[in-house]
Design a protein around this ligand. Structure first.
Ligand code: ATP
Ligand code: MG
Length: 526
């Protein structure tokens, strides 16, 4: 049987994984059964990027709002009627927690009658088989996948299939969803689903779409990896004008959105995870009137998305102003300013900056200045025992990087001259050999090679060591105090952690007879 918990753990981002833990703790404390559901499961299994975490609890999640806030999540929207809360989890993860429910559609175009239900019943009200799976996060059944409609099989054959013949009639927003998923994944609709889809289109079921569903579908565009393609498909199918009567692909700033997605990918490759959602909405609606934009924003349930979208230009202007001022007078200061700015703003400004100097600075930050890291003399630093094991390593590495950026260390010799004073004193010689038993030759060898007992042995060509060292440099801010404020996604604190452990452990062998270490290891192996 597939180990879905393991798959979940390796597929989620660190922030998402922490988010799962947070939601799990809150649900467990409240005694509610919790499941990861919907698109999150689909994407975990199929390997696509996971946009948001959809949780379902057996119980009313509206009662958990305070607990979620206490645990560090922000509530960004609440939908009372379907008892769903939307969360911004610490870091950069979004989630929604819904009550397991049944939906009874009594009248076309009217919201369904919602009743609390079990997870099994809940899965039956879902849109497509690939979205109708749940992963138990409960003690006793943790890791169990509920897949009553064989969604895994449809994932394997890459098919979008409704659960029953009335699906599009009951909720016509599923027509838009079907198109969106087909555009995103490049999967076809299953044959009968396609027939029902065509009939629904013909019968103009879409006229009965609920306003709340329109808001959801608009917001969903913000998080598409290729929003332009999705918008074009929606337009072709006649759904874009349902989202807003004036919406056509002519309202989209095509160049802007193309540049945005390209820069976003570049930032992701560098380890940043900017939430492009607000900027995507900005470009998708660039040629709309202010009133139309305001109308669209009113329909979106997630307040955080709307606020960030509304403020995006002002925030970008502020950052541009700072980038033109004294604060960014040198490359090192610019680096620090941009490292501490929200990656969303760096992304947006990278594609909208009007001033050439601002544009150039961001470009340098994302490309040229990263190459300066190659000038850091890592092998020599290792020889000087300036390694990530040293607690002060991040600061030293950062300072060297800043000086190199500013051209203040013009040669390797100058760099080494700067570094030498930071070299820790060589380790003390090993204790004198015990009298009698130890063979003379071994004792002499130990005396000749005092570093032999050091775990932080210089290894100039060790690739791993080099990678780790560069990683610390890349994101290390000027001081630890700054580190806390800087880019929340900056890897410095996380990456520095594993380095800190060996530092503590390092002195141990110094105080022990060299003989004992291998004996310990040998025992463990057995
Ligand atoms: P995305 O990757 O865009 O988040 P998703 O499938 O997770 O895709 P959400 O809007 O996050 O979509 O909804 C979460 C889940 O809720 C869906 O996977 C589906 O199971 C269910 N759902 C959402 N909208 C509908 C709908 N209109 N009808 C039935 N089920 C729905
Ligand atoms: Mg989702």
């Amino acid at each position: 049987m597939a180990d879905y918990i393991y798959t979940m753990e390796i597929r989620l981002t660190p922030d998402q994984l922490k988010g799962v833990g947070l939601v799990q703790d809150v649900a467990r404390a409240a005694g509610m059964n919790l499941y990861l559901t919907g698109g999150a499961i689909r994407d975990i299994i199929s390997g696509f990027s996971i946009r948001d975490l959809d949780f379902t609890v057996q119980g009313n999640p509206l009662k958990l709002q305070k607990d979620f806030e206490k645990a560090g999540a922000r509530i960004t929207a609440v939908e009372e009627d379907i008892r769903t809360i939307f969360l911004a989890l610490p870091g950069n993860a979004r989630a929604e927690v819904s009550m397991a429910r049944t939906e009874r559609f009594e009248k076309t175009g009217k919201p369904p009658i919602v009743m609390p239900a079990t997870i099994h019943e809940d899965l039956r009200r879902r849109d497509f088989t690939v979205n109708a799976m749940a992963l138990s996060l409960n003690e006793g059944s943790r890791g169990l996948l509920l897949d009553p409609f064989n969604g895994v099989a449809d994932l394997e054959t890459k098919l979008i299939r409704i659960l029953h013949n009335y699906s599009f009639l009951e909720d016509p927003s599923r027509l838009i969803r079907a198109t969106r998923f087909a555009a995103r994944f490049h999967w076809p609709l299953e044959e009968r689903t396609q027939a029902r889809y065509d009939a629904a289109k013909e019968g103009k079921y879409i006229d009965h779409i609920l306003r709340s569903s329109i808001g959801h579908e608009i917001a969903a565009l913000a998080h598409e990896d290729d929003p332009l393609n999705v918008v074009k498909m929606l337009e072709k199918e006649g759904w874009l004008e349902i989202l807003h009567p004036h919406w056509t692909s002519a309202k989209v700033d095509t160049n802007g959105i193309t540049a945005l997605m390209k820069t976003r990918q570049q930032m992701v490759d560098l380890g940043h995870l900017p939430d492009a959602g607000p900027a995507v909405m900005y470009f998708l609606t660039s040629h709309f009137s202010d009133k139309d934009v305001a109308d669209i924003q009113k329909m979106i349930p997630r307040k955080d998305l709307v606020e960030a979208w509304r403020d995006i230009e002002d925030h970008a202007k502020e950052l541009a102003k700072r980038l033109m001022g004294k604060e960014a007078a040198t490359p090192s200061r610019t680096w620090q300013l941009l490292s501490s700015a929200r990656p969303e703003m760096v992304l947006f400004l990278a594609v909208t900056a009007k001033q050439q100097s601002v544009e150039q600075k961001i470009k340098n930050y994302l490309t040229k200045w990263r190459q300066v890291q190659q000038k850091i003399p890592l092998p020599e630093m290792t020889e000087l025992l300036i390694t990530p094991q040293l607690p002060e390593y991040p600061k030293i590495a950062h300072d060297v990087f800043m000086l190199l950026l500013d051209g203040k260390l013009r040669s390797r010799t100058e760099t080494l001259k700067f570094l030498k004073p930071f070299a820790p004193p060589p380790p003390p010689p090993p204790p004198a050999p015990r009298r009698g038993r130890q063979p003379k030759a071994a004792a002499q060898a130990a005396a000749a090679n005092p570093a032999g007992a050091q775990p932080a042995k210089p290894g100039p060509k060790g690739k791993k060591g080099k990678a780790a060292a560069v990683a610390v440099v890349a994101s290390a801010p000027a001081t630890p105090a700054v580190a806390a404020k800087v880019d929340p996604k900056a890897k410095a604190p996380e990456k520095a952690k594993p380095a800190a452990k060996p530092a503590k452990a390092a002195p141990k062998p110094e105080h022990k007879p060299a003989k004992k270490a291998p004996a310990k290891g040998a025992k463990k192996k057995k």
